[in-house]
Design a protein around this ligand. Structure first.
Ligand code: NDP
Length: 487
């Protein structure tokens, strides 16, 4: 293991803490520790809030167009350093280089670019009241806490920072303890782009550090990405000081394939919706409903393409298209779900076991797995697995599939495949999900708002809509004549 030990990034520089407590970060692709991080203690967290308060004074007073220009410089640096940053993401997460180098940094930069462009468009309105009038100002909230998951570490940091900073807020970001380096590099890039110190700070550590942020009275908002159970804790803590919240949580999303679909396109969507980032994507379509006339053909093609086209191996190898799961604990959890699927009577069509690819035997690899003949009451069709496990369920007719698709506490995403344009819209309009795709799956451009219905979330990220979640309206009444008084 190298001796490199990263510290929290506060007020434009790395800041050591008093206690010096550290933890190791493991490369899931090899199972080896690659560096350590210092866990932020009370003194670092205090420094973060002080820095963010000082940063807020400067940043919120800056003309929005100037904020936008600084954010655009950061975008240029992110794109310039794409490969270095992608390498960090591969080593931290275990995802394939193929993906990280073409998607993770680019989609993070896209979001910052989008909100940089919108910064100067923030505006209020005014209304005449017959002499007196009022006007509104759209003002920033103050210090926002960002708490991120481990599956898209740099992208999540960008998606949270972009709208928050464009609107004039400052941010204290806590990355997952398993994938902290991307957020630190983003903090360095913001400073290099000319952002004042204290506008974007990164505190390192595990759940306690996140929990501290959710309780602090000086923090106005928490934007959280993670599991539903953690989201509930975060929201309960935020409620003690009535903080605003954005919650981007888990899902068990349906992908509905009608019999008139193009078979190969539908199979492509199902493979992307289950095996991209080795299944560790919140919007994954893990309940694949296939209309009965297409069912056997779908399973045959899905199995053939999975076994012929998926290469599991060292995530840094450009030929690898399915990498390692995030940790040994998560790997054991995913394998346990696979065993549950077998014992519940789902028919194993492909995979269903761990893998130890040559040269990276210590990593956490699971074969892409397809279960057929799944039923709605099985654990594997009810719980979020967050691994490469596809559950395929047959269905007979539109009304039946809509009811079954909606029969979940989650409501993050949904997909529909059909050539019948009216049916596509009719079905989508009845699905209880915040993000829906028609004859597509997984694309999430910066222009499009994303977020969940039901227990999958509150608020939205990306899209113009998100500006509302990072600003508050101030109404100003202006009296043009002497005030009337009964006293
Ligand atoms: P977790 O909920 O375990 O953790 C998310 C973050 O919260 C981590 O930084 C974690 O710290 C921190 N945390 C843990 N406990 C607390 C607490 N009590 N108070 C404050 N912060 C806390 O999620 P995972 O990291 O396991 O990520 C996977 C989950 O994220 C899946 O459910 C997935 O669906 C969801 N997700 C949702 C997305 C969306 O946009 N809807 C996008 C991506 C993922 P640490 O890990 O360091 O302990």
């Amino acid at each position: 293991m190298t001796e490199t030990c990263y510290k929290s990034f506060i007020g434009g520089r790395y800041l050591a803490n008093g206690g010096g407590e550290t933890l190791a970060v493991v490369n899931p692709g090899t199972g080896e520790a690659i560096y350590r991080i210092e866990i932020a203690d009370e003194s670092v967290l205090e420094a973060a809030v002080n820095a963010a308060q000082a940063g807020f004074k400067v940043w919120s007073a800056m003309p929005a167009a100037k904020r936008g220009r600084i954010l655009l410089k950061a975008v240029a640096l992110l794109r310039e350093r794409n490969d270095d940053l992608a390498r960090i993401e591969v080593l931290d997460t275990g995802k394939p280089w193929q993906e990280a180098s073409s998607v993770d940094i680019t989609t993070g930069a896209d979001s910052i670019e989008f909100f940089a462009g919108l910064a100067a468009s923030l505006e209020g309105n005014q209304q005449d009241l017959g002499g007196d009038f009022y006007y509104t100002r759209r003002e920033p909230l103050g210090i926002c806490a960002g708490i991120g998951a481990w599956n898209y570490p740099l992208q999540i940091a960008c998606w949270k920072a972009a709208p928050a900073l464009a609107c004039g807020n400052t941010m204290i970001f806590k990355p997952s303890e398993e994938t902290p380096l991307g957020a630190l590099k983003l903090a360095e890039i913001f400073i290099e782009a000319g952002m004042p110190p204290g506008v974007f700070n990164v505190v390192l550590g595990a759940a306690e550090v996140g929990a501290w942020l959710t309780h602090d009275t000086r923090i106005a908002k928490v934007s959280f990405t993670g599991e539903v159970a953690t989201g509930k804790k975060v929201m309960a803590a935020a409620a003690t000081t009535l903080k605003d919240v954005t919650m981007e949580l888990g899902g068990k999303s349906p992908l509905i394939i009608f019999a008139d679909s193009d078979l190969d396109e539908a199979v492509s969507a199902a493979l992307v919706a289950n095996f991209y980032t080795q299944g560790e994507v919140c919007t994954n379509g893990t309940r694949v409903f296939v209309e009965r006339p297409l069912y056997d053909a779908f399973l045959g093609r899905a199995k053939a393409r999975t076994e012929a086209n998926i290469t599991v191996g060292n995530p840094m190898d450009p030929a690898t298209n399915l990498g390692a799961l995030i940790s040994k604990t998560h790997y054991a959890l995913v394998l346990d779900y696979i065993e549950k699927g077998k014992s519940e009577g789902a028919r194993l069509v492909s995979g269903g076991h761990a893998l130890a690819p040559k040269g990276v035997e210590g990593g956490f690899y699971v074969a892409p797995t397809i279960f057929a003949d799944c039923t709605d009451d099985m654990i594997i069709t009810q719980e979020e697995i967050f691994g490469p496990v596809m559950a395929v369920l047959p269905f007979d007719g539109e009304d039946e599939v809509i009811a079954r698709a909606n029969n979940t506490r989650y409501g993050l995403a949904a997909g529909v495949y059909t050539k019948d344009i009216r049916r596509a819209h009719r079905v989508v309009h009845q699905l209880e999900a915040g993000i829906c795709w028609i004859n597509a799956y997984g694309a999430s451009p910066a222009e499009m708002p994303v977020g969940g219905f039901k227990q999958s979330g509150i608020g939205r990220e990306n899209g113009v809509e998100t500006l509302k979640h990072y600003t508050q309206i101030k109404a100003v009444y202006v009296g043009m004549q002497p005030i009337e008084s009964p006293f």
